[in-house]
Design a protein around this ligand. Structure first.
Ligand code: PLP
Length: 387
């Protein structure tokens, strides 16, 4: 009999079946939620199951981690109680005094933590224009820079960073590269394949996709010393995600591909239409040829440009707030990446020092009918213009 090699199923196929794992004792298609905080020792004092206690590890969490590692083509994945706990674990695992480069445009909460708390912990945090790999190269201090943190597309201007170019320069200087790929999602970008060492996701967003779980994930290209220290930070600080939330996250990831592609197609359509809207001064979306990062995004993101965009209505901050006040279908709320579309005046939430213009409205496009989404925005923009 000729031997047939096992087929290599696509990430979409594997995620739809949560890797195809079933619960062997019951033959259940959906594995049970493991709630136990503690596990029984073998009579000879061993823990052959590999399970000891719920703070370092949990079988349901390991199921989700295997799916995330598959999606990112990673050697290992770790789940955390939030995106922030995942991101901060990376910085807490560095040695005091380490020099790190972080983008000028990035998720405001992490920027605030880096510029205050992380500095207090002894990290030398320096911000840099991450849209220019040459600016990062110039800021690298060989032997001292331990990490370059990137976010692409980056909140809330959707700034694009060339991951491969930055990784080449960083590695030559002895620094590692970590990418917050929350808004790119594993559907459109796989940073490890472009040379990154670590990838972070606020799994609260697209990975879960239903606005009902706060979670974070890290993946690593290699299980090296830094990864071991990150795992230790999670264990010692008790940052693991709970099993109920993990179960919801696994369910959400089954439809990741469908949700994200539908939302990104809607975002592209809206960006094109809104670019010609008489009440709008600017549309920021990497899928538009007018976006400064479009050429890199077109190379680096495969199959779509994500589902996040920002608009700057004519009339400044007052017009932006008035527009958000008049939507009926879009929900006025922070966060992103759910199946429902959200609109937010970002200046009201970002702290001092943010590069976010005060007239900016951030749009997280969900999976609703794009005609409905456009009609609702159009009436809100027109009504705000008359007010
Ligand atoms: N990274 C990005 C790009 C985000 O948008 C967010 C949250 O909005 C985070 C990180 C932090 O995630 P969490 O709110 O789950 O801590």
């Amino acid at each position: 009999m000729p031997e047939h090699p096992a087929p290599r199923w696509s990430a979409r196929t594997l995620a739809a079946q949560a890797l195809g794992h079933i619960d062997e004792p019951s033959r259940a298609l959906v594995p049970p939620i493991h709630l136990a905080t503690t596990y029984v020792r073998d009579p000879d004092n061993q823990y052959r199951s590999g399970n000891i206690y719920g703070r370092p590890d949990n079988p349901t969490v390991r199921e989700a981690e295997a799916i995330i590692a598959m999606l990112e083509e990673a050697a290992s994945a770790l789940l955390f109680g939030s995106g922030m706990s995942a991101a901060t674990a990376v910085f807490l695992a560095l040695e005091p005094g380490a020099h790190v480069l972080v983008p000028e445009v990035m998720y405001w909460g992490l920027r605030a933590w880096l510029l205050t708390d992380a500095r207090a912990f002894g990290l030398a945090v320096e911000t840099v224009d991450a849209s220019r790999p040459e600016a990062i190269a110039a800021a690298l201090r060989p032997g001292a820079t331990r990490l370059v943190w990137l976010e692409t597309p980056a909140n809330p201007l959707w700034t694009i960073t060339d991951i491969a170019a930055v990784a080449a320069g960083a590695h030559a200087a002895g620094a590692l590269v970590a990418v917050d790929s929350t808004c790119a999602t594993p559907v459109f970008t796989r940073p490890l394949a472009l040379g990154a060492d670590l990838v972070m996701h606020a799994a609260t967003k697209y990975l879960n996709g239903h606005s009902d779980v706060v979670a974070g994930a890290l993946v690593a290209a290699r299980e090296d010393d830094l990864w071991a220290r990150i795992r230790r930070v999670r264990t010692m600080l008790g940052q693991i995600l709970g099993p109920f939330e993990t179960h919801l996250l696994i369910r959400g990831m089954r439809t990741l591909d469908l949700r994200v592609r539908t939302a990104a197609a809607g975002a592209m359509e809206l960006a094109l239409r809104l670019s010609n809207h008489p009440a709008i001064a600017a549309v920021l979306y990497p899928g538009l040829p007018s976006h400064p990062g479009h050429a890199i995004a077109a190379r680096q993101m495969q199959g779509g440009f994500g589902a996040m965009l920002s608009i700057r209505p004519n009339g400044g901050e007052a017009a932006a707030i008035a527009t958000a006040a008049r939507v009926r279908l879009w929900k006025r709320a922070t966060s992103l990446g759910g199946v429902e579309s959200l609109i937010e005046h970002r200046g009201s939430i970002e702290g001092p020092g943010s590069p976010c213009p005060l007239d900016l409205l951030r749009l997280s496009v969900g999976i609703e009918d794009v005609e409905d989404l456009y009609a609702d925005l159009d009436q809100a923009l027109r009504a705000a213009g008359r007010s």
